[in-house]
Write a protein that binds this ligand. Structure first.
Ligand code: GUN
Length: 299
């Protein structure tokens, strides 16, 4: 049997660093030409540690590329009405190009109501119905960070999608659903035949075995095993989980939705966890902020 070609590890840290460097250069150019720096705001309600880490990471990354960042920290007992007032304030603040409301929100606040209140022109998370609708219709829209990041990774590694069978595991509003739409659309870096699988899918292995590209966003640690994929598959792993591991200093290790050790032996390209899709998300948020500042999506 002929020897299998090398597996290429899709390096999200490298690609995100490249994108951030491009953003940094563009921001510097704007400032040199007497424009203001783009401004990203984030609203954080309560003190969920994971959300604090995300928001602090976003602020640090924004500063590193010259984007102004402000964080609105609101207490856990903020009412829905008060949060809607902050959203309304940011919608009308000409100093702010784009903003995000960090999710999850406390239980007593409707995420749907809050997202619906965000001005789509400032919705750099791409979560509002207008941005989702425009994305579905193939119109200019802010793409949410994870699907946008996956598209950029595939583009950067020259993964051919035209006519290929892409299988998406998971149908969430922020990953599975949008990536399935983007990759099946007409156009460059798309034109794929897409199958979306979910918890009710029958004969799952049969479907995953026929995948040329497998995008895994189901939230189950190491769910995808070598027997589920064909030789040469391209694997994009969106999962991120902590597994207890006494051999590690921290007492855990990070794994994805894919059993990396097994599946990487068969894959032609694969994203590692950590260091694959994860680092791309903040870079794409910064990119959306720059687009918002330049009013490229909504004039
Ligand atoms: N919580 C986890 N990820 C995200 C994200 O990308 N945006 C927002 N607003 N909240 C999140």
């Amino acid at each position: 049997m002929a020897k299998k070609n090398e597996t290429i590890i899709i390096d999200g840290r490298l690609v995100s660093a490249k994108i951030k460097e491009e953003i940094k250069e563009e921001v510097a150019h704007l400032i040199d030409h007497h424009d203001k720096a783009p401004h990203l705001a984030a609203v954080l309600v309560g003190d969920d540690p994971a959300s604090q880490t995300y928001v602090n990471g976003k602020e640090k990354a924004a500063h590193a590329v010259g984007i102004v960042s402000s964080i609105y920290r609101l207490p856990e007992n903020t009412t829905e009405k008060e949060l809607l007032e902050v959203v309304n304030y940011l919608n009308n603040d000409d100093e702010v190009d784009g903003f995000i409301v960090q999710l999850p929100l406390p239980k007593h606040i409707s995420e749907e109501k809050v997202i619906n209140a965000i001005n789509p022109a400032k919705d750099v998370d791409g979560f509002t119905p207008i941005n989702v609708g425009n994305m579905v219709l193939g119109k200019p829209a802010y793409l949410s960070a994870t699907p946008f990041g996956i598209v950029e990774l595939l583009k950067n590694y020259g993964v051919e999608l035209e006519g290929k069978h892409v299988v998406v595991l998971g149908r969430s509003n922020i990953v599975g659903r949008p990536i399935s739409i983007l990759l099946s659309q007409k156009g460059p870096h798309a034109n794929a035949t897409v199958t979306v699988c979910h918890s009710r899918t029958q004969n799952l292995e049969e479907i995953t075995q026929s995948a040329d590209v497998l995008i895994c966003a189901i939230g189950v640690p190491q769910f995808v095993k070598a027997g589920m994929v064909k030789e040469g598959v391209v694997v994009i792993d969106v999962g991120i989980h902590r597994l207890p591991d006494d051999t590690k200093e921290k007492g855990y290790r990070i794994v994805g939705d894919v059993d990396y050790d097994e599946v990487s032996k068969k894959a032609s390209y694969i994203t590692p966890v950590p260091g694959g899709v994860g680092p791309m998300t903040i870079a794409m948020l910064l990119k959306n902020t720059l687009l918002a500042h330049k009013k490229e999506i909504y004039k």
